[in-house]
Each structure stands twice: as C-alpha cells, then as structure tokens.
Write a protein that binds this ligand. Structure first.
Ligand code: MLT
Length: 267
C-alpha cells in the first residue's frame, strides 16, 4: 500500500498497472463502512489493460482522518488531489453506494476529469428524514460500541440472499473490513452521507459515457430505482447482476467484471 499527503492528511492508495496497459485509467470508490480492498477482484481483472487506482477514504482503512470533519464534497476534493498527484488528468470513475455519492460530488465539481462514470448500487437522491435519523443513530452506536457493533446489523443488509445462504466467506471478508476501520472514521462518514446533497438535478447534465449497475437482490437500492436513475442520464447503459445484493462487485465478481469490461472496452 502506498501513501501520499492530500488535503492535509495521509491517504492510502494502490496504483496498479503492468506498464503495458493501453486502456484509460480507472479509479474505484469504495462503499460504507468498508475499505479499498473491496475492489481486489476488479484490480486483478483490469490491471493488465488499465492503470487501476483504489484508495481508502479519509478515516477508513489505512487513510488518516482529516483535521476537518468528513463531508462527501471533501471526499471529492481528496479524489481530485490524489489524481492530481498521480498525474492523471482524466479517469473512468467507478463508485459503489457511498462511492457513488462521492462520484456524483466529484462529477459536479470536476466533470472535466471524468472520462466515463460507473454508478453501482447507488442513488442520486438525498436521505429522507428517517434515513438521516438512522445515520445519526449509527454514528452514535459506532462511537459508543466500536465498529464490531455494526457487523450483525450491516451484513444482512449489504449481502443478497444468494450470498448469505451460500457464501459465508464473503460475509467474513466484510466483517473484517468493517472491523478494521476506526470508529470515528465510520461515524463521520455516516454523518457526511446524511448531509449529502441531492444529485437528481445532476443526472441530466452527465454527458460522459455512463453505466448504472445494480445487484438483483440489493435491499438498499431497489432495481426499479436504479433503472429509473439510469433513465435520467442521457444514453446510460443499465445492467443487473443476478445473484448479487448491494455489494455486487464482491458477490458476483465475474459478472460484475464482465459488464464493466464490456462498457469500458467500448469507450
Ligand atoms: C454503502 O454501501 O456505501 C452504504 O450502504 C451507503 C448507504 O448507507 O447509503
């Protein structure tokens, strides 16, 4: 894992490439409350043909918490700072769930740096009042009882029925990711998501190639909502990953890699 200083804190990242890659750089934005290792299967699948960047958001994995509190807009600025230091002018941006919220914030501010966008298991809408309250409660719980207090609650929400019934190894991988994070990083990100702006107005302004992906068994983002969102982005492609829940890239990594590879090789 490499580290660099961006916006006043140490950010942990990977910059993987074979040296012979010909495709555009691609950067992956991780979900809540996980870390960049959620993209391991995508890194392996793509690094021979692309420069592949993954990193931990501030307060997650190997990245320090910033001195200013976490916001989704600060995530976008951190991504811009990272790409800038790596000398990458434009990249394909792929965000899953919270990573998608950050992808919207990044597009809003830095559209010229986005060559294509992949929005996986995410939504443009802001939280409802009830959703915001659940974020405050989660922040309070994790500050009081630590990340392991979230595991039992989150795993059944994050994983689809197929994975829950047939692949305990994935549940174990998710547990480790959650428990490896600092409580305060998770708490601040939960509050940041509650305060994020609604990005519905942005959808019709996205004019780069776009792909919306959703797991058929996603309990947090219904397939119908993902489809509706894709319909609001000009010429967006839409793919459903069967046998996957919210973490489609982990639960059905081959199918996920297939649809994103098809999309990016046609660019
Ligand atoms: C995520 O996977 O990033 C979270 O479930 C997002 C959310 O809670 O809205």
């Amino acid at each position: 894992m490499k580290r660099l200083r961006v916006n006043g804190f140490e950010l942990a990242y990977r910059d993987e490439h074979s040296g012979e890659e010909s495709g555009a750089p691609i950067v992956f934005l991780h979900a809540f409350p996980l870390n960049q290792s959620m993209w391991d299967d995508q890194v392996k699948a793509l690094r021979d043909r692309h420069r592949v960047i993954t990193f931990d958001w501030r307060g997650f994995g190997g990245s320090a918490l910033g001195s200013e509190s976490t916001t989704i807009d600060r995530f976008a600025d951190d991504l811009a700072g990272l790409l800038n230091q790596l000398g990458i002018e434009r990249a394909i941006v792929c965000g899953l769930s919270m990573g998608g919220y950050a992808a919207f914030a990044f597009y809003r501010k830095y559209a010229e740096k986005v060559s294509a966008i992949i929005l996986a298991d995410t939504r443009a809408k802001a939280d409802s009042d009830e959703g915001k309250k659940a974020r405050y409660d989660l922040a309070e719980l994790v500050r009081k009882s630590g990340p392991s207090a979230l595991v039992e609650m989150m795993i059944p929400r994050l994983l689809g029925a197929t994975t829950l019934h047939s692949n305990r190894q994935i549940a174990e991988r998710i547990r480790k990711m959650i428990e490896s994070n600092a409580a305060e990083g998770i708490a601040q990100a939960s509050l940041a998501m509650s305060a994020r702006r609604d990005s519905t107005d942005l959808l019709e302004r996205i004019d780069c190639p776009s792909l919306v992906v959703v797991g058929a068994e996603d309990k947090l983002i219904p397939q119908s909502e993902a489809k509706e969102m894709s319909g609001m982005i000009r010429n967006a492609e839409f793919e459903v990953i069967s046998g996957a829940g919210h973490l489609a890239n982990i639960e059905q990594s081959d199918a996920f890699n297939f649809v994103i590879t098809k999309f990016i090789t046609a660019l």
